[in-house]
Design a protein around this ligand. Structure first.
Ligand SMILES: NC(=O)c1ccc[n+]([C@@H]2O[C@H](COP(=O)([O-])OP(=O)(O)OC[C@H]3O[C@@H](n4cnc5c(N)ncnc54)[C@H](OP(=O)(O)O)[C@@H]3O)[C@@H](O)[C@H]2O)c1
Length: 318
């Protein structure tokens, strides 16, 4: 990408998109296009094509999607399937119709088979059934990455797909009903500190292990991959993670320390644990020359401080 190349970031107000936007600005890219959902509803095929025909972007980051935690996924399988299929169909097809040079599609580690061997290598995709609690999301994402592959084969486009692990960062979703585990714990500890609670309840046994990548690192990886001459339509899927995981109890203890919470963590073992491990094999991206830079301690401090600062000025604070 040249600093003057026209770059469209879809979903620029989301966790991934906002960090991509910041990364590109920091690196001096000066021709970035963004549109809010009100300005351009990506579900609307005609409007999306009109936008691409007018703007003719050189590069596209497809970071718009319907994303949510387990409850949202379980109760809205149809909406996750429909909206994600529609958004990616519209953006990928319009990119092809208007000659986009390179597109980066965001897949997810959640779409590997539920009983996938660990750590998960790129070639394990579609070797077993997806997790039933998010099958709508997973099937849509698989269709998206297969669409990129099929367009590359049939039309000679240059679309790449990345598979990020669990992400976190400033701007994440902290809604108690819809958030992922890390932001949910940050909110829980911050609330407990504020209220002077004696204990916080942690669901499950605390033993399942998870991998977490700061969204700033993800953005760095995406820009690196889009710029890399060694990465093209023939590279196949690329996992993006840190290559290491921690248990949920270790994570809770880390957030406890950062928050200064003095009480106890109580395990509610009547609640489900979910998959025991979900770790990405990151040898492919390492061999391409990229690795994550932000440690989990540093990353959580960053997000914890952001959360306190942001939510203090909010009437609905905790
Ligand atoms: N978060 C993770 O842990 C994670 C992990 C792996 C992969 N990913 C992938 O990364 C990508 C981005 O995820 P994220 O966490 O950044 O999600 P997010 O924070 O929910 O952001 C999604 C963005 O998409 C936009 N969007 C959704 N529907 C739209 C529509 N109909 N028209 C226009 N814009 C629309 C949203 O706009 P509004 O701001 O208007 O709502 C928002 O800006 C997704 O493809 C996701 O699958 C995320």
């Amino acid at each position: 990408m040249q600093k003057t190349s026209k770059i469209y970031i879809s979903g620029h107000r989301g966790l991934v998109g906002s960090h991509l936007l910041q990364k590109l600005k920091d690196q001096g890219y000066e021709n970035i296009i963004t549109k809010t959902r009100v300005e351009l509803d990506l579900l609307n095929q005609a409007e999306v094509l009109k936008f691409f025909e007018k703007e003719k972007p050189d590069y596209v980051f497809l970071a718009a999607a319907k994303v949510g935690g387990i409850m949202a996924n379980m109760t809205q399988q149809g909406a996750f399937l429909y909206e994600n299929l529609q958004i990616q169909n519209n953006v990928i097809h319009s990119s092809y119709q208007t000659g986009v040079k390179k597109l980066l599609f965001l897949g997810s580690s959640c779409i590997y088979p539920r009983n996938c061997p660990q750590p998960m290598r790129e070639e394990y995709l579609m070797t077993g059934d997806v997790e039933p609690t998010n099958y709508g999301y997973a099937i849509a994402k698989i269709a998206g990455l297969k669409m990129c592959q099929a367009y590359n084969e049939q039309y000679g486009t240059n679309y790449i797909t990345v598979m990020p692990t669990n992400l976190y960062g400033p701007g994440d979703n902290f809604d108690p009903q819809g958030s992922h585990v890390l932001p949910a714990l940050i909110r829980k500890f911050a609330t407990a500190v504020k209220n002077g609670d004696k204990e916080i309840i942690l669901w499950g046994t605390g033993t399942p292990k998870r991998e977490f990548l700061h969204a700033k690192d993800l953005a760095d990886a995406c820009v690196f991959l889009l710029n890399s001459e060694n990465v093209n339509k023939d590279t196949g899927l690329i996992n993006i993670g840190v290559g290491a995981d921690i248990s949920i109890l270790e994570l809770a203890n880390l957030i406890k320390e950062i928050s200064g919470f003095q009480g106890n963590i109580v395990l509610d073992t009547s609640k489900p644990d979910g998959m025991m491990r979900k770790l990405l094999d990151v040898s492919k991206i390492s061999n391409l020359g990229w690795k994550a830079k932000i440690s989990i301690e540093e990353g959580i401090k960053d997000v914890y401080n952001w959360f306190i600062k942001t939510y203090k000025s909010n009437l609905f604070y905790l």
